[in-house]
Write a protein of this length. Structure first.
Ligand SMILES: Cc1ncc(C[n+]2csc(CCOP(=O)(O)OP(=O)(O)O)c2C)c(N)n1
Length: 189
């Protein structure tokens, strides 16, 4: 069965309370979040490797908000060391969803090295609570269940999702980075 990251993002819509802040990876994932989920959110643009550090900073700065960080495998690998700091600080309002399509889909679907990762062992090694990964042939009810468990977790929690890669089809986000910064500054704690 084929399952793309954008389908997980669409499913996410049904478990959101509406009060969460989403931090999304640059490229395709930010575009999908912009197109399929409530606006505004913190759409990273340009800089790779930053969704986890930015999510961590947001979770510390806004302890009263749930921060959902959506990170592609390319972005995760580029900032892998930030999992150490994340585990050390351990904000209970930070939830990380890894959308692993084993590719840099945004720039032409070049293969990443994520295929060698065993997410449960990797995350256990970092001391980070995690949920059994979403797999391509998981039935939709199970996917929703895992998303719900993840979003309801009372502590730092990571949910990996192994998805298929598809080329970007969505148009870029029409917002200037300054507008996104303005939104970010005005989020109440
Ligand atoms: C430092 C840096 N290197 C390369 C790029 C170009 N770039 C933008 S998005 C992207 C791929 C991101 O991959 P991933 O996080 O797996 O998300 P996907 O594109 O698969 O949705 C790349 C290589 C960049 N923006 N910054």
């Amino acid at each position: 069965m084929t399952m793309y990251g954008f389908e997980i993002i669409q499913e996410l819509a049904s478990v959101l309370s509406g009060d969460e802040i989403i931090v999304s990876s640059n490229g395709n994932i930010s575009r999908q979040v912009y197109h399929f989920l409530p606006k505004p959110q913190i759409y990273l643009r340009g800089s790779m490797g930053l969704p986890v550090p930015v999510g961590l900073g947001m979770a510390m700065a806004r302890p009263g908000k749930q921060i959902l960080t959506l990170v592609g495998d390319g972005n995760l690998l580029m900032g892998l060391g930030s999992l150490t700091t994340t585990s050390f600080i351990r904000p209970s309002n930070l939830k990380i969803l890894i959308l692993d399509n084993n590719a840099y889909a945004t720039t032409g679907s070049q293969m990443t090295s994520s295929g060698i990762l065993e997410y449960p062992s990797l995350l256990d090694g970092f001391g980070i609570p995690n949920i059994v990964p979403i797999l391509q042939d998981d039935p939709i009810e199970l996917i929703k269940e895992k998303l719900q468990l993840w979003i309801d977790a009372s502590e730092l929690c990571v949910l990996p999702a192994l998805v298929d890669s598809n080329p970007p089809t969505l148009t870029n986000i029409p917002w200037h980075p300054e507008q996104i910064t303005e939104f970010q500054k005005n989020i109440s704690s």
